[in-house]
Design a protein. Sequence first.
Length: 87
Amino acid sequence: MRENQPKHRQLARERAKTERRKASRVEAGSALLVCEGECTEPFYLSSLLTHLCIGAASVEIVPGQSKSNAVALVKRARERFEQNPRD
């Protein structure tokens, strides 16, 4: 360090070297994806997540039932969301 700098600046630099850095990683959200199909839609969604480099831990894909309509799909999504709230 330079000797011509004021002492408080030297102390501040030395203190900054020893202090822990603040967390800089942003917490990722989680998502619930409920689809109507049993086979193809979950496969497409998981392939899309892989392509976009989105971790499987942050997304839950719920496949559809054999016979479902839009109302049943929304009810099932609401039930799953109430069990485990997500973004």
